[in-house]
Design a protein around this ligand. Structure first.
Ligand SMILES: [Cu+2]
Length: 703
């Protein structure tokens, strides 16, 4: 992000300049003549002036960032770092520099005692050192740990650190000052001066190392995951500013404004929905290891459902669907999570939260009514960062009860990145090369595109106008045609249905950049198959915030919300489960220290995502679709429904949902590597009680 980069450059430069000023100030009283004292002090004034100027530039960039992106992007900086740098700088500008200006004399006589005393004042060198340390800590924060939602403890922390690090220089400065006061000459030989500097440096380094080591040991300890947890830690809950819930002991005994809230508590395992009717359609899925060859011949050691790459389950809306999952040989165990499909909680497939993981030789039956039509997918939620990447995923298509539009051809495209014996290969399913499909002139083609890769992907569809008919399984009303120079981007886990009418020339679908030779694509042709095409770079990017008609549902930007949650996405260097990691954080924390969002059934809930970090985060809420209301603080023209919202660095979104599906739900980044190191929180209905436990004791490891 540009703001972060600028801040790093400026604060590092400030550190160097203030540090130089500090050293220049420390050697001031060593001057042997008036001329030398004046020269040293002039140098110091110039360096300090430059440092003040740079600092002012930094403050201006922060103000500009606040105006451009919003207060939430700068709040942590303003509350923790600005006071830290501003206090010593203010002191320098208002009292130290005016004092130094007065030290001006020429000639080769030794400086007057009064001048030496003024120069040796400990406050002179210490204020420059404090400014250097404050700038250095700011630089460190921007690179390793951007402050997010700081409380008083976090605000005080850095002040204490600066004070501790100033102890050694303070002792040396005081010793110098007392000597000057007594009229003794400061040691002037170069060797003695060097020895002085080196011993001060070593002592300060020892203080710094002691602080660092204790910080690391505490961090390692605090980050260790419990052997068993039922996610009911009452210390880490967030009620979104709404009415007190049962989780905080609030409304256990007196009914709230929600009528259904007087109901008794319910266990997750009982939240199956009504599935007493016999199944209309049944499937058996066997999780198994399998060597699979891609179209190019490259081989993957895949972990699969039914030995296939992305098997497709196709059902009809309204059907009761029964899926029996059998684990053949995946040692760590598997589950099936129906991504974006709002099943009852007990069918959600999250190990340790909604079921126990299915170990080899075991099975689990998922049964739910297919209420929503559209394009969905499913994947294991046990150690997903490993299992999904290796292939434990498939496609779920729910055909509408009443088809309002007809399609002559349907093509499902699920893209993934495979680790093969010849390196990484991107593919549509197992097709890692171009493929050719014949379609009759004038026929309507529906592409169901699913991004099963950990990162967002760009798609080009050239040769015809097209419409984006659905986002994340939900139809767009009146989607207008898009020119074939429009590209579109799907976050990890996201889906678009794209529709076009076959023209009398070929149509090309391609993954990624136009010039990228290695990515897969599809050529649609009418008569004779054309050559592999050369595509053009797009001239526009599809924007769902201004497309079709706004979705009509219960929430709008003007709604009265019962709870409002904030998720600031950041990054820092830190510890996860006792190991040093580059962390992706939510509100400055990683699981399990990210507070659980607690709601009551029926609540209207708003969540604000703010991405301060250096990477995109596809935020995925289980069990609910979110209505996107605002982007970067502005109301979107066409609110749309999504289950996986890709938030780019520097972006903010406001989304809302109705809490109408009781349970314990994951709310996490669908870059599964991010989730695996803690970019996860939970949405908890306050009357729901756990049935399972997470951790190494049970083997339920739900990332
Ligand atoms: Cu992420």
């Amino acid at each position: 992000m540009f703001g972060t980069f600028t801040s790093v450059i400026l604060t590092v430069s400030m550190t160097l300049l203030w540090g130089t000023a500090g050293i220049a100030a420390a050697i001031l009283p060593y001057a042997s003549t008036n001329r030398s004292l004046t020269r040293k002090r002039t140098f110091l004034l110039w360096v300090a002036g430059a440092a003040l100027l740079l600092s002012a530039v930094w403050y201006v960039t922060i103000i500009l960032q606040c105006i451009k992106s919003g207060w939430l992007f700068v709040e942590g900086t303003v509350k923790t770092l600005i006071p830290l740098t501003l206090i010593p700088q203010g002191y320098i500008a208002l009292t130290v520099l005016p004092r130094l200006k007065g030290l001006r004399d020429s000639g080769e006589e030794p400086p007057a005692q009064a001048a030496l005393q003024a120069a040796a004042q400990p406050s002179v060198s210490l204020s420059f050192y404090a400014a250097a340390l404050a700038s250095g800590l700011s630089a460190h924060s921007f690179v390793f740990a951007q402050p997010v939602l700081p409380g008083p403890a976090e605000i005080a922390q850095r002040f204490v650190l600066v004070t501790l690090l100033l102890l050694v220089p303070a002792i040396f400065a005081r010793r110098r000052y007392l000597k000057v006061m007594r009229g003794e000459a400061l040691r002037r030989s170069l060797a003695a001066r060097l020895l002085n500097v080196i011993s001060a440096g070593i002592l300060t380094a020892i203080v710094a190392i002691v602080i660092l080591v204790s910080h690391v040991l505490a961090g390692v300890q605090a980050s260790k995951l419990p052997e068993a947890s039922d996610m009911m830690n009452h210390d880490w809950i967030d009620e979104g500013g709404g009415a007190a819930t049962r989780m905080s002991g609030g409304s256990d005994h007196h009914p709230s404004h929600h009528a259904n809230h007087q109901a008794d508590t319910v266990e997750v395992a009982a939240l199956t929905g009504n599935i007493t009717d016999p199944a209309d359609v049944t499937f058996e899925i066997v999780a198994q290891k399998k060597k699979v060859a891609l179209a190019s011949g490259a081989v993957i050691d895949a972990w699969t459902y039914n030995g296939e790459i992305a098997p497709e389950l196709r059902v009809k809306q309204g059907d009761i669907v029964e899926v029996k999952l059998i684990n053949q040989d995946i040692e760590s165990g598997v589950t099936i999570h129906w991504h974006g499909y709002n099943v009852p909680n007990a069918m959600d497939g999250v190990p340790g939260m909604t079921q126990n993981v299915v170990k080899p030789g075991q099975s689990f039956v998922y049964k739910f009514r297919a209420e929503q039509e559209g394009t969905y997918w499913f994947h294991s939620h046990q150690q997903a960062a490993e299992q999904v990447v290796k292939g434990l995923f498939g496609i779920l298509i729910v055909e509408p009860e009443q088809e309002t539009e007809t399609y002559d051809e349907q093509v499902t495209v699920i893209n993934h990145r495979w680790k093969t014996d010849q390196g990484y290969r991107k593919a549509f399913g197992s097709r890692d090369e171009w493929q050719w499909k014949q379609v009759q002139l004038g026929k309507t083609v529906k592409l169901r595109i699913i991004n099963a890769h950990n990162l967002s992907e760009k798609y080009l569809l050239q040769g015809t106008d097209f419409r984006i008919a659905s986002i994340d399984g939900v139809r767009i009303q009146d989607p207008q045609p898009l020119s074939d120079q429009t590209a579109f981007r799907l976050g990890s886990g996201g889906r678009y249905d794209v529709v076009f009418t076959m023209p009398d020339r070929p149509v090309f679908l391609k993954l990624g950049e136009a010039r990228n030779e290695s990515n897969p694509g599809i050529v649609f042709y009418t008569d004779s198959p054309p050559e592999k095409p050369v595509l053009q770079a797009e001239s526009a990017m599809f924007d769902p915030s201004d497309y079709g008609q706004p979705v009509v549902n219960a929430v709008t930007a003007a709604s009265q919300f019962d709870r409002e949650f904030l998720m600031i996405l950041g990054n820092e260097m830190g510890f996860y489960n006792g190991m040093f990691h580059f962390l992706w954080t939510i509100n400055g924390e990683v699981y399990p220290r990210v507070p659980t969002f607690v709601v009551q059934e029926g609540d209207l809930v708003k969540t604000t995502f703010v991405n301060k970090s250096l990477a995109e985060h596809p935020m995925h809420l289980h069990g609910h679709h979110m209505t996107v209301l605002k982007k970067n603080g502005e109301k979107v023209n066409t609110p749309w429904l999504t289950d996986t919202l890709n938030v780019m660095p520097g972006e903010s979104y406001e989304v809302a949902f109705v809490a109408d599906n009781p349970g314990m739900w994951m709310d996490h980044c669908h870059n599964l590597d991010h989730a695996a190191t803690g970019m996860v929180l939970h949405l908890m209905y306050d009357h729901v009680r756990p049935s399972y436990e997470v951790g190494t004791r049970s083997g339920n490891l739900p990332d």
